[in-house]
Design a protein around this ligand. Sequence first.
Ligand code: PMP
Length: 408
Amino acid sequence: AALGTRELALRERARRVIPGGMYGHMRVEAFSRAHPQFMVSGNGCRVTDADGREYIDLMCGWGPIVLGHRHPAVTAAILDQFERGDCLDGTSPVAVDYAELLVDTVPSADWAMFCKNGTDATTMCVTTARAATGRRKVLVATGAYHGAVPWCALRGKGVTAEDQAHLIHFEYNDLASAEAAAAEAGDDLAAILVCPMRHDIRRDQELADPAFARGLRALADRTGAVLILDDVRCGLRLDLRGSWEPLGVRPDLTAWSKALANGQPLGAVTGTEALRDAARSIYVTGSFWYAAVPLAAGLATLRELRKGQALPAMARTGSRLRDGLAAQAAAHGFEIRQTGPVQMPVLYFAEDSDISLGTAWAEAAVTRGVYLHPWHNWFLSAAHTDADIDDILDRTDDAFAAVRRLPH
Ligand code: PMP
């Protein structure tokens, strides 16, 4: 089906007043002709576009929505705080309540600081590591996304080589390459910055090899560098204690954002006792970093997640989705690859290096009311029930049939 008339009118207006009509990861032209650019509401695991078309949501706001859109407990906390004030002259006590709960939840955390975005959090981690060590070099995995500012941006005009002069790259899950990068940094190695898994766009996801994770921990210990876990995307979806806790690998610093406050703007850095003074020594702040409403939402979200049902539910419904998609693809004669944790799936077709088939399938799914992405991982939320997954699968079955009919 074609895009709706309200969608088209909004795009036309946006083109005049917003460069490119939209930018960044929500610029739908970059990935599809069928995805609506604009959304007007969300409820549970469903979102509605400007033309009133409803979608079962498999992107969850690109990660922030972990309990479902407008979760009642989070909404109540938001409204309650909003009634009393959001942006005040001093920090709301809720910041302390929330920091206490985070420190209690995350074994590698002795303290927490708050900010807005994942990029704020990764940047603060790097600054803290440099302050602690007095060194400059930071190891990062080739292709890993850590944010959208010049020191870490993966592409884009306006970024200079000097902006990234102190980054040294290694290959994810290749400890020897990280050792070599550390050797290159020599006595100037401040930090190793790494995601809990490889979730780069346009390629299969890769879980961390436990030996790789342990090896990075040992490498940091041996060199006196700070191990920073970028848990912005995975955080609070895979394991509340931090995504490498099941591997027994504790980072020195962790960057958090996305799911923290179920959609409210909030990021956080947590760290160990050894880094408390360094964290105190850096100057970081922002006009909106102390806003009370997102902090109240973060507290309510973590309280809800700590009840213990949400993460197992996402693992269960994620498995149901993965099994269902695998069976459908096979039944329609497609070879597909589904990689990464079931709560954060991504699907690619075999022999589809330009992702044209994957894009056609994603467009067919969106047209049938399932909002998902052709080359960025999706996100499950605790609001997805088994019945919602079955509803998704009804539509994706039809999407597989539709792309089967396309000329190849
Ligand atoms: N790190 C990771 C792993 C991310 O996925 C993202 C966001 N996609 C960021 C950092 C940056 O977060 P933000 O967009 O909130 O600045």
